[in-house]
Design a protein around this ligand. Sequence first.
Ligand code: CA
Length: 233
Amino acid sequence: MAKILLVEDEASLQATIAYNLKKAGYEIATASDGETALALAEETPPDLVVLDIMLPNMDGLEVCRNLRRSSGVPIIILTARDSEIDRVVGLEIGADDYLTKPFSMRELIARVKALLRRRELTEQDLVARTQAVANVITIDTLSIDVDAYRVRLGEHDINLKPKEFELLLHLVNHRGIVCPTRQLLGEVWGYDYYGDSRTLAVHIHGLREKLDAHPGGSRLIETVRGVGYRFSG
Ligand code: CA
């Protein structure tokens, strides 16, 4: 059973989230402030953290930075304002995903599942590599041969440019999770790349056009306005 640390100071919201996550089969630890959260995380490392930004004393961003110093645990930020989201989910603060209040419990649970699955996939991927299993990712009719740089959608070969391929691979590896523009630029073009988001938009456009030409290809890549992109296949 995955352990989730929930950090939220609004008692009723904390109770609602805890109830729903428990019902979904997770083990929950709760904290109402940052100091308690960090102490709990150190005592029993969680598999995932749901973290409110607005907390008394130490705010959620500070808690997130602190957690990131020692752990790669998936972190979902809860926020009432989405003006800072790019910074929060991007490289600076290091959260993996966010939800803007008010959000539905169904949405929260979907994000939790996606992040935990990604972690599981990463672990499986490591096992697969050590066993020298062919490195092919298959999602429905889409298959990506990572070593051969080949992509197939149904019966069709999709000829992608190297950067389009890397973009697709990064999005697929973060399936169901929003990938912020800056993170994509950093991962695909390198941290020393000083290009702007138009470079990314052009490549996303090219990638989409090639995928959309075949059945099942449209809407695989979703735009999350003002933040980035999400693979929703
Ligand atoms: Ca709060």
